[in-house]
Ligand binder design. Structure first.
Ligand SMILES: *Cc1c(COP(=O)(O)O)cnc(C)c1O
Length: 301
């Protein structure tokens, strides 16, 4: 069932000049390269969900996402490749009448889209509401938004198999936190796992993360949201300039929603002496480059 090409997930050392040689190494795990559509962490969160759907005899999966959701696109592609029907429940009625690349790509891959109001969308985990959806769209295996269930977290842990033991820190972007949890549970406790959340405000990440850690006494992790650049999906000239500079020095494209903000934060931390000089840092490139379509005109890659 493996449909990605893990061999392409190389570990690429970043240019020392970029991070100012204040640490022993900053490398990037290029999960953006594993598949043209299902990039980054998304396949890992989906694979056990699709297996569970098959094991349950389901011929259809139903999942949730916003109008720019990398998860919806990845689900559409992975379902198509596995000959499973896919229903995508899209947040916001406005999206129905707006031509959006993400949603068009989902449709092109055979996903049936249904648009619901943001009020209804907030009920997406309620069993009663889910029963209504199944009655309307047919019996389905439900994959939560972002693949945020046990299957998703366990599958995300398999990303750790690609990470050699020499790293002191592993960094990953945080949306639902599913990938972060999977990595934290699968990496040795001695590795510090740092999460970077591109959300504004005082989010209580520990209430989302801690219940799913398999060793609750392992405190060797932290989530930062200092580098949100105005909030989720928001971008400005400073970030675009940073992305172009990063590409120039490292030949790696970053997405503006997640990875650019994470790398901006890591650079600032490294420059400010947050890490000890012997730190070896691995940044997981979680893909998501299709999210750059709205700012493509400003990018050199
Ligand atoms: C979905 C996504 C994330 C967030 O993953 P979670 O497991 O939901 O925390 C991070 N980066 C990119 C590029 C993504 O598409």
């Amino acid at each position: 069932m493996d449909i990605i090409c893990e061999d392409k997930a190389i570990i690429q050392p970043l240019n020392e000049d970029w991070y100012g040689k204040r640490v022993a190494a900053i490398d990037m795990l290029r999960l953006d390269l594993v598949h043209p559509v299902i990039s980054g962490n998304k396949w890992y969160k989906l694979k056990r969900n699709l297996q569970a759907a098959k094991d349950n005899g389901a011929t259809q999966v139903l999942t949730f996402g916003g109008a720019y959701s990398n998860h919806l696109i990845a689900t559409a592609a992975a379902a198509q490749l596995n000959n499973i029907q896919a229903i995508g429940i899209v947040r916001g009625l406005y999206a129905q009448n707006t031509p959006l690349l993400t949603l068009q790509t989902c449709k092109d891959m055979g996903m049936q889209l249904a648009y619901i109001s943001t009020a209804d969308y907030s009920r997406k985990t309620e069993p009663g509401f889910q029963r209504e959806l199944l009655a309307k769209y047919g019996d389905s295996f439900i994959i939560p938004e972002g693949g945020a269930n046990d299957e998703g977290r366990l599958g995300a842990g398999d990303m750790a198999l690609l990470i050699p033991g020499r790293y002191t820190h592993v960094c990953i972007s945080v949306g639902t936190g599913t990938s972060f949890i999977g990595l934290r549970n699968a990496l040795p406790p001695s590795t510090t796992v740092l999460g970077f959340a591109p959300f504004k405000g005082n989010n209580d990440f520990s209430s989302v993360i801690v219940p799913h850690l398999n060793n609750k006494t392992n405190e060797n992790w932290h989530i930062y949201n200092n580098w949100h650049f105005g909030g989720f999906g928001k971008c400005n000239d400073i970030l675009l300039h940073f992305m172009n500079g990063f590409y120039q020095q490292n030949a790696i494209p970053l997405d503006m929603v997640y990875n650019a903000k994470m790398m901006y934060g890591i650079k600032e931390m490294a420059t400010n002496g947050f890490f000890t000089p012997n730190a070896r840092i691995l940044c997981v490139h979680s893909g998501g480059l299709q999210g750059n379509s709205s700012v493509q005109d400003h990018l050199d890659f």
